[in-house]
Design a protein. Structure first.
Length: 646
C-alpha cells in the first residue's frame, strides 16, 4: 500500500489512486473489515461507472503537511478533477473521506456520485448483513460484535442493500433496505454542473460494537462537521510532533522523513494496549510470508528505543507495561503477539525476542530518575532473566537452538547469543539497581558465559568474520552433502525417536552479525573483529542497486537489499568514526523512500523500486536511530544529495 491513516484504534491503507483497501478496527491488527470501497461517477446518464481508481484518471497524492491527512487528486484531462481528503479522527471511531468535484470541461455535466460499500465484518465472509437506515440515511454493515455505518453529509438519491455491483453499474439502485450480504450501494445526484462549478460531499465511516453504536458515532461526526473534524485532526498531529525532542540535521528532506517516521510510530501503535505492529497487514492468506500485523519483541525493542530517543517516553512506558502482560508463564516471550498480548501465529521459540525485550527495558529505565517503574516491571525482568539463564547449552555455552533473527533457521545463532547476553546484562543492571546483589552476580556471570562462548567459538578465521552460528538444523540430504565435503554434522534424537541433523558451523555472512556490537555491545564497533565482520557484510551483501541484503543467497522476495540492514551498517560506521560512509548509506535509504515519505522493508534488486512491505515500522526506527547517532556525533549532512522520491 502507498498511504496509511489512523488514530491508534483505526488504521486504514490506501493505494496511490486513493482506493481504500483495508480498514482495521478496534485495533491496528484486528479486525480488517473492508472488502471493497469504490467511489465512481456515472456521467450524463451514460452506461457504466468511471471508478476513481480506474486507469482513465491521472492521479496525484500528498500529505497535508506533517499529518496523517491524505489528499488524493484524480484528473480526467479536459473534463473533471476530483479531490479526496482522507483522515481518521483522533479519539473516536470515524474515518472521513471528503470529496470535491470540479467540472473542468467546456460543457455542463450531470453526474451520479456512487459508492459501492462492501464490508466483511470481522474478516469473515459468512453471515454479514447490510441494511439501509432510512432515518440516518446510512448503510449499516454488521456481524456479531462488529458494525460499520457509512453515510454522508447530504441525503442520498438512491440506495440498495445487496447486489451492489449490478446496481452501481446500472445507476439504478432498487431501494432494497436489507440483505444478508456484505455489500450495498449509495448514490447522490450532483445536479447540473456548469463549467468551473464545484460539488462537494463528505463520506463518513464509523464503527461500533453494535449497529446503533456505529450510527451514534456517525451522528456525532455529522453534528461536528467535516471542517471542525479536519481542524481537530490536523491540530492533534501538530501537538503530537511538538512533544518530540527537537532534531534538526540541516537537511530538510531528512528532517521531513524523520518527522514522518514519528507519525508512523503513532499510527502503528495501539492506543489502548501500547504495543505496535511491524507493518499494516497485506498478505492475510500467507501467500508469500507469515504476515506482518503482529508485535515482535525483536522489532519492538528497536522501535521502542527509537521512540524513546525521539522523546516519547510515555509511549515507551506503555509498551513495556504491555510486555509484562504479554509474557509467557515460563518467563519467555513468544515469537510474536497480537496487540492484545495473546500469542500470534508463529514458527516456534525465538530466543532473541526475550533478550531484546530485557535489553530494551534497561535502555529505558536507566534514564529514569527513580525506580518506581523498574519496581513495577521487576517481576517480569526476573522471570525473563531466569528463563534466559536456564536456556544455555552446556556443550557450547551458547543459547540452546531456536529460530534465528529472520525466522528461517533453527540453531544456536550468533545474533541470538548476542541478544541473550545483552538481555542478561540488562537484567543484572536492573537487579543491581534494586539491591538484588546475588541475582545481579548470577546473571552477570551467565552473560559472561555467553559472551566468552561467542568470542571463543564463533570467530571464523577462514572468512575473517563471525560465524552465523552453530548447530544449524538441516534435512538429511543436506547433512549427507555436508559430510561428503568434510564438514562436521551431528545427529540428535529426541525422546520420541525423531532425528534432527545439525550442521556444526554456519559460515554464511549475515547482516545480523552486526548485532554482536550494535545494539548488544559484546565488543565495541571498532574492535578488529567487528571491523572485519562489517567489511565482510558490506563487501558480500551490497546489492547492485545499493543497500545491504540480509545474508548471502537470501531468497526471500528474491533477495533484495533492506532499508534496516543498510542503516544498521550506517550506525556501525558512525561508531567506527567513518561518518562519510554512514552518510552515504543513509543517503541511499532516504533516496529509496516512497513518494509519501514512507520507508519500505525492501528495495527491488533490479529496478531500485519499492518492494514488499510499506511502511515497515522497523525501517523507520532505524532511520530515527541513525539520525540521532549522526547528530550526537556532530556529523553534518551538508554534503548529502537526495533524489528519487523527492
Amino acid at each position: 500500500m502507498d498511504a496509511v491513516v489512523g488514530n491508534g484504534r483505526m488504521l486504514g491503507t490506501l493505494d496511490r489512486r486513493g482506493q481504500l483497501h483495508r480498514l482495521w478496527w478496534p485495533r491496528p491488527d484486528h479486525a480488517q473489515h473492508v472488502r471493497r470501497f469504490w467511489i465512481g461517477l456515472r456521467l450524463n446518464g451514460q452506461h457504466g461507472v468511471r471508478w476513481l481508481h480506474g486507469n482513465e484518471w491521472k492521479h496525484r497524492q500528498a500529505w497535508e503537511g506533517d499529518t496523517a491527512v491524505l489528499k488524493t487528486e484524480a484528473v480526467m484531462p479536459g473534463s473533471l478533477r476530483v479531490t479526496c481528503t482522507d483522515f481518521v479522527v483522533p479519539g473516536c471511531s470515524v474515518m472521513v473521506r471528503a470529496y470535491r468535484i470540479i467540472n473542468e470541461g467546456e460543457s455542463p455535466l450531470q453526474a451520479d456520485f456512487l459508492l459501492l460499500s462492501s464490508f466483511e465484518m470481522g474478516e469473515l465472509k459468512r453471515y454479514n448483513t447490510t441494511r439501509f437506515d432510512r432515518e440516518r440515511e446510512a448503510l449499516v454493515h454488521f456481524r456479531n460484535e462488529f458494525a460499520a455505518a457509512v453515510g454522508a453529509d447530504r441525503p442520498v438519491s438512491g440506495f440498495q442493500a445487496g447486489r451492489a455491483t449490478e446496481a452501481a453499474e446500472s445507476g439504478k439502485p432498487d431501494g432494497t433496505e436489507i440483505d444478508m450480504s456484505p455489500e450495498g450501494v449509495l448514490s447522490w445526484d450532483t445536479g447540473l454542473l456548469n463549467p468551473g462549478e464545484t460539488w462537494e460531499i463528505t463520506l463518513w465511516i464509523s464503527f461500533g460494537d453494535h449497529p446503533e453504536a456505529a450510527l451514534l458515532e456517525l451522528d456525532g461526526a455529522r453534528r461536528t462537521g467535516r471542517s471542525t473534524l479536519l481542524a481537530q485532526t490536523t491540530g492533534w498531529w501538530e501537538e503530537y510532533l511538538k512533544e518530540a525532542k527537537p532534531v534538526s540535521t540541516g537537511h530538510e528532506t531528512v528532517d521531513r522523513l524523520y518527522r514522518r517516521s514519528l507519525i508512523v510510530f503513532r499510527l502503528m501503535t495501539d492506543l489502548t494496549q501500547g504495543s505496535m505492529i511491524a507493518a499494516p497487514e497485506f498478505d492475510e492468506d500467507f501467500s508469500r510470508c507469515g504476515g506482518y500485523a503482529y508485535c515482535w519483541g525483536r522489532d519492538a525493542a528497536w522501535i521502542a528505543t527509537a521512540i524513546d530517543r525521539a522523546g516519547y517516553r510515555e509511549m515507551v512506558r506503555d509498551f513495556y507495561r504491555w510486555t509484562v502482560r504479554a509474557q509467557s508463564p515460563d518467563g519467555s516471550w513468544e515469537q510474536r503477539h497480537y496487540l492484545d498480548g495473546r500469542p500470534a501465529p508463529q514458527w516456534g521459540l525465538q530466543i532473541d525476542e526475550t533478550g531484546s525485550i530485557l535489553w530494551g527495558m534497561w535502555e529505558f529505565v536507566r534514564k529514569e530518575e527513580n525506580d518506581g517503574f523498574l519496581g513495577e516491571i521487576w517481576p517480569a525482568v526476573r522471570k525473563g532473566a531466569e528463563f534466559l539463564a536456564s536456556f544455555l547449552d552446556p556443550e557450547t555455552g551458547l543459547p540452546l537452538p531456536s529460530k534465528d533473527l529472520w525466522e528461517e533457521r533453527d540453531g544456536e545463532h550468533t545474533y541470538s547469543a548476542a541478544a541473550v547476553c545483552g538481555g542478561l546484562r540488562a537484567a543484572a543492571q536492573m537487579a543491581d539497581r534494586l539491591g538484588f546483589d546475588g541475582l545481579a552476580r548470577e546473571w552477570k556471570q551467565a552473560a559472561e558465559t555467553v559472551r566468552s562462548a561467542v568470542l571463543k567459538r564463533l570467530w571464523n578465521e577462514k572468512r575473517n568474520a563471525f560465524f552465523r552460528g552453530l548447530k544449524r538444523a538441516v534435512d538429511a540430504r543436506a547433512a549427507r552433502e555436508a559430510e561428503a565435503k568434510g564438514r562436521r554434522v551431528i545427529r540428535e534424537r529426541d525422546g520420541k525417536g525423531y532425528v534432527v541433523w545439525r550442521l556444526w558451523e554456519d559460515d554464511v555472512i549475515d547482516a545480523s552479525l552486526l548485532g554482536v556490537s550494535l545494539p548488544f555491545e559484546l565488543i565495541p564497533a571498532d574492535d578488529p573483529r567487528m571491523v572485519a565482520t562489517s567489511e565482510a557484510v558490506e563487501t558480500l551483501l551490497s546489492s547492485p542497486v545499493g543497500g545491504i541484503r540480509r545474508y548471502e543467497d537470501d531468497r526471500y522476495i528474491g533477495g533484495n537489499p533492506w532499508i534496516l540492514t543498510t542503516l544498521w551498517l550506517a550506525m556501525i560506521r558512525i561508531r567506527q568514526s567513518r561518518a562519510n560512509e554512514a552518510v552515504r548509506l543513509l543517503e541511499w535509504a532516504v533516496r529509496h523512500r516512497t513518494a509519501l515519505d514512507l520507508l519500505p522493508e525492501q528495495v527491488d534488486r533490479h529496478t531500485g523500486e519499492t518492494a514488499w512491505v510499506v511502511p515497515l515500522t522497523w525501517s523507520h526506527a532505524m532511520l530515527v536511530l541513525t539520525v540521532h547517532e549522526l547528530v550526537d556525533a556532530g556529523v553534518s549532512l551538508d554534503a548529502l544529495t537526495v533524489d528519487g522520491a523527492e
